[in-house]
Write a protein that binds this ligand. Structure first.
Ligand code: TA6
Length: 298
């Protein structure tokens, strides 16, 4: 394990569960754990607060499987790959070991880790296109968590893909929360045959399995969590899709890497460009999706 990129006393590359290398970041502002596997932010806890992210007690830590919780990086397709039933759900980026490219601490104490992923034989076999691309995931650990997913098209043909930061948030009780910011937006309802619907003027509340891909929506979301007496702000740039998910009882039971009783403590509010908002990146161009996660007292 190349430990050349470390910050003594601040950011160390350790061997985590399943033998997976993991950065452990400790600053006065926040603590975080980031796996090279999938460039996966698994934990983020602002100083003096409850964890911001949900991580399942049952998660796998296996090079061949995704970590359950935190922030899976989804690329180059979202969900099942159309026409390829054997392809891994949500693409392959979250299943690859990414390469540390830079690690710096800024004057304000923020720690910035950049991880890189490039094509290899396995990804070419999976995706099939002779695409040439580079992904960079730039993660800033401070009192807020900033994640920037950059896709660079190094090929000479347009690069068509979907991408998302599939964030699992820790909440006190999903039955009490409300998600604001998607009022009036159209969405595909995966819990109802992918029917296309429109969110009314009310925030989202959770009374059953909820799995919605909101499209053509560029605004921030707010998760209002009375049980933890906080609001979580999910700000974003260059993202036209927001996906909202809670598995509820039956789906939770069906997932071996998700505890049967964990569903009340989480909600996914995901930032990306999927479905109608899939990307087409011109040769030589880059696309950068940014999300900033912060909390405020309720
Ligand atoms: O983002 C919502 C979703 O697409 C759900 O349908 C559910 O499948 C979830 O992602 C988790 O997917 P995964 O492949 O990580 O089990």
């Amino acid at each position: 394990m190349d430990t050349s990129l470390e910050l003594p006393g601040v950011a160390r590359l350790m061997t985590g569960p399943g033998g997976l290398p993991r950065y452990e970041i400790t600053t006065p502002l926040a603590q975080a754990q980031i796996f090279l596997h999938g460039a996966h932010v698994a934990r983020f806890t602002p100083a003096g607060q409850a964890p911001l992210l949900f991580l399942s007690e049952k998660s796998w830590f296996d090079p061949a499987k995704p970590i359950r919780g935190g922030v899976p990086v989804i690329f180059p397709w979202f969900g099942p790959r159309q026409g390829h039933p054997d392809a891994p759900a949500h693409g392959f980026a979250r299943l690859r070991s990414w390469t540390p490219e830079s690690l710096v601490q800024e004057p304000d104490g923020a720690v910035v880790l950049t991880l890189r992923l490039e094509p290899d034989d396995a990804s070419r076999a999976l995706w099939g296109e002779p695409a040439d691309w580079v992904l960079r995931h730039r993660i800033t650990v401070a009192a807020t968590l900033t994640m920037e997913l950059e896709i660079e098209n190094r090929g000479n043909a347009p690069l068509r893909c979907e991408e998302a930061l599939h964030t699992y948030f820790h909440v006190g009780d999903v039955r009490q929360i409300a998600v604001h910011g998607l009022e009036g937006a159209e969405y595909y309802d995966k819990a109802d045959g992918m029917r296309r619907k429109r969110q009314d003027g009310e925030p989202i509340r959770f009374t059953a399995e909820t799995d919605r891909t909101y499209i053509d929506t560029a605004g921030a979301c707010v998760i209002d969590d009375p049980a933890l007496r906080r609001r979580i702000l999910v700000e974003k740039e260059n993202s036209s899709s927001t996906i909202v998910w809670n598995p509820w009882i039956a789906k939770a039971r069906s997932m071996p890497d998700f505890g049967d009783d964990e569903w009340p403590g989480m909600v996914c509010v995901e930032t990306g460009n999927v479905a109608d908002n899939a990307l087409e990146i011109a040769p030589g161009a880059r696309h950068l999706t940014r999300t900033v996660l912060r909390t405020e007292p309720r």
